[in-house]
Design a protein around this ligand. Structure first.
Ligand SMILES: CC(C)NC(=O)[C@H](Cc1c[nH]c2ccccc12)NC(=O)[C@H](CCCC/N=C(/NCCC(=O)O)S[C@H]1O[C@H](COP(=O)(O)OP(=O)(O)OC[C@H]2O[C@@H](n3cnc4c(N)ncnc43)[C@H](O)[C@@H]2O)[C@@H](O)[C@H]1O)NC(=O)OCc1ccccc1
Length: 222
């Protein structure tokens, strides 16, 4: 059985990482366009660095939970492609052998001048230099709004050959990720949504498991 799994911020919520749209969500005190767009970075790189330094520290202090570990088990037993919108590394620390980070990673830096990538220092700021070209235009290696997500060709290929597509802890508001369920349906995959509550694309799924990820994901995997 070929399984493609898409995860969002909800799977890391019980590890203490804030989601985006909840009342105490990340976007509460920060306007998305002020911290997660290339324009924001050009306008006020110091603010953007502070935002991602805080998230990098929170992710480093967090521990993978039972949902992360259950997906690692699933990946050891089945032909699983694990795609995440999350920029934390809790899937890997939960034992997942391979993870597609379609929106990038907090623990990697990207040189906006030469494109070089390297393991991110815990704290970055406007003086952080690229170890390759020396220019001081280091940014977090995350995909900002208006930028092309990573590995879309590989993801599309997996969606086309999936027998089962599962979305876990995602609100279905951000594209192209929110459109994956429709692509999987087109290729006759069975689609299941695992979430605390309904999402913006719940009607596209044939099956719904509702509850906290640490409770419903291990049960679904078993
Ligand atoms: C706001 C939205 C309308 N805008 C977009 O979607 C835009 C524009 C757009 C493109 N196509 C469209 C079509 C229609 C409308 C708009 C668009 N998309 C883009 O700009 C994308 C780039 C988007 C990526 C931006 N970067 C992120 N992250 C990295 C940075 C960072 O993290 O700072 S997005 C970021 O927000 C999203 C947050 O969503 P979720 O993860 O779902 O989190 P959320 O808080 O919303 O929901 C949490 C869910 O969990 C549940 N939950 C909570 N606790 C638990 C719990 N305990 N257990 C279980 N579930 C739980 C909740 O109930 C809830 O349902 C994630 O994707 C996350 O990565 N790029 C692009 O389109 O490029 C060109 C292109 C063109 C053609 C083809 C390809 C590309």
């Amino acid at each position: 059985m070929r399984i493609t799994v898409l995860t969002g911020a909800g799977i890391s919520a019980e590890s203490g990482l804030r989601t985006f749209r909840a009342e105490d969500g990340l976007w509460e005190e920060h306007r998305l366009e002020d911290v997660a767009t290339p324009e924001a970075y050009a306008r006020d790189p110091a603010l953007v660095h502070r935002f991602y330094n805080a998230r990098r520290a929170a992710a480093a202090a967090a521990q993978p939970n039972a949902a992360h570990r259950a997906l690692a088990d699933l990946a050891r037993k089945h032909d699983v492609t694990l795609v995440t919108q999350n920029v934390d590394d809790l899937h890997e620390r939960g034992g997942a052998p391979y993870v597609i980070h379609m929106h990038g990673r907090l623990n990697r830096a990207l040189c906006a001048a030469c494109g070089h990538r390297w393991p991110s220092p815990a704290v970055m700021d406007v003086t952080t230099a690229c170890p390759d070209c020396g220019s001081r235009s280091a940014r977090p290696d995350v995909v900002w709004f208006g930028e092309m997500p990573y590995d879309l060709d590989d993801i599309t290929e997996e969606l086309e050959r999936a027998d089962l597509f599962a979305a876990i802890g995602t609100s279905g508001n951000v594209y192209p990720a929110a459109g994956f369920v429709r692509m999987a349906r087109q290729f006759r995959a069975h689609c299941v949504e695992l979430n605390l509550d309904r999402s913006a694309v719940s009607s596209d799924f044939q099956e719904h498991l509702t509850g906290p990820a640490t409770e419903i994901v291990p049960g679904w995997v078993a």
